[in-house]
Design a protein around this ligand. Structure first.
Ligand SMILES: C[S@@+](CC[C@H](N)C(=O)[O-])C[C@H]1O[C@@H](n2cnc3c(N)ncnc32)[C@H](O)[C@@H]1O
Length: 358
């Protein structure tokens, strides 16, 4: 081949990839549409309402019919809502309502779309970070990251934490029932802390996070739910939070966001009672990139590129573990921090649940 030759193209491969990319293009704009439907209450109004015309949906949501009509057309083209051409009505099935309208459902995804919407607002900061290599602090994002992350993670915690993750740990539920002392490190808006506090009335819970507004929101939620007597939320870094003698320490989806995960896990180990346990929840991942070439990892790698890795790089050490570290790398971090017994206690399609003991 000379310098002027162009490589012979595989036309079928080209066509196939254009189809794939156009599918993603449509999904990208539909992501914005889903977030609109979520914010404006369009899905909630459609849920259980049967067939609605655009004008009926607009009336129920205080929105403008012409916009709603166009939005519904996008939703029908994407298969999110059903369309009945005979009378021009649209319908959200019960199954789709669980994913789009019902915040209490374990498969609700509105929070994930909200999280991704925040990333488009922060796009310029990501471009700068790629050029400079600098981090972006957890607190330096569009506000929808925090509410989005809460709504993204909470359904999974509601569905699994008390019913399956805690029971997968050796002897922990018995301690919680009897009255245990629990620390939730990197607690964010406190969803996990509050769920545990609701379930175990004889135990006491403290949640620490570096993000002040998240801690304020966690305190307000605890009051709203009526668990403020057995919960406390304070701003404190994982490397240096107060307290010792905890029976259970938890780290939900935050270790990889930290600059020094080994140092943070070491502080957690020091804070535990001799027979204490660390519950570490991290995004599900295989060991190697080639094990992770699937849609869930694709999502996590994307979020990790613009949220988790920059968060870590904005902190001391700046390890940048990433959201797809996988079980062996996480075990290595925990071993370095002084945990000698580490095992994957259980898993879901989205989470690895790891038990670690000193
Ligand atoms: C993805 S959010 C998860 C929040 C919460 N655990 C949950 O599952 O909803 C990650 C959290 O880690 C917190 N974080 C990051 N670095 C931290 C550090 N060094 N010390 C304490 N918290 C930290 C962030 O402020 C953020 O609230």
């Amino acid at each position: 081949m000379t310098m002027t030759d162009t490589p012979r193209l595989d036309e079928a491969a080209l066509e196939q990839f254009v189809h794939q990319a156009v599918g993603d293009l449509a999904a990208a704009i539909s992501g914005l549409m889903v977030h609109l439907g979520d914010r404006l209450g369009l899905y909630r109004a459609l849920a259980g309402a049967g067939r609605l015309t655009p004008s009926a949906l607009a009336a129920r949501t205080g929105t403008q019919e012409r916009y709603v009509q166009e939005w519904l057309a996008n939703q029908a083209a994407g298969g999110f809502v059903g369309y009945h051409p005979e009378d021009g009505t649209f319908e959200l099935s019960a199954e789709h309502a669980l994913v789009l309208a019902d915040e209490t459902s374990p498969v609700f995804l509105g929070g994930a779309f909200e999280t991704i919407a925040s990333c488009f607002t922060d796009h310029d900061a990501f471009v700068r970070a790629f050029s400079t290599g600098e981090g972006i602090g957890w607190g330096d994002h569009d506000d929808r990251l925090y509410t989005g992350a809460l709504r993204l993670f909470r359904p999974g915690y509601e569905a699994n934490l008390v019913s399956s993750w805690l029971p997968a740990l050796d002897g922990v539920v018995e301690k919680l029932q009897g009255g245990a002392s629990v620390v939730d490190v990197g607690c964010g808006l406190g969803a996990s802390t509050i769920i545990m506090a609701r379930a175990f009335e004889h135990s006491s819970f403290v949640g620490y996070d570096i993000h002040g507004p998240s801690i304020d929101a966690a305190r307000a939620s605890a009051i709203e739910v009526g668990v403020e007597r057995r919960t406390r939320f304070e701003v404190a870094p994982a490397l240096d939070f107060p307290g010792t003698g905890f029976d259970l320490a938890c780290m939900f989806d935050c270790l990889h966001d930290m600059g020094d995960p080994v140092g943070a896990a070491r502080r957690v180990r020091e804070s535990l009672a001799d027979d204490g346990t660390l519950l570490l929840v991290e995004p599900a991942a295989g060991e190697r990139l080639e094990d992770n070439l699937n849609p869930v990892s694709r999502l996590y790698y994307g979020l990790s590129t613009v949220i988790c890795t920059p968060s870590s790089r904005a902190q001391e050490v700046g390890l940048g573990l990433g959201a797809q570290a996988g079980p062996r790398r996480l075990e290595d971090v925990l071993n370095q921090a002084g945990f000698s017994h580490v095992r994957v206690a259980t898993r879901t399609p989205f989470n690895l649940i790891i038990e670690a003991r000193p």
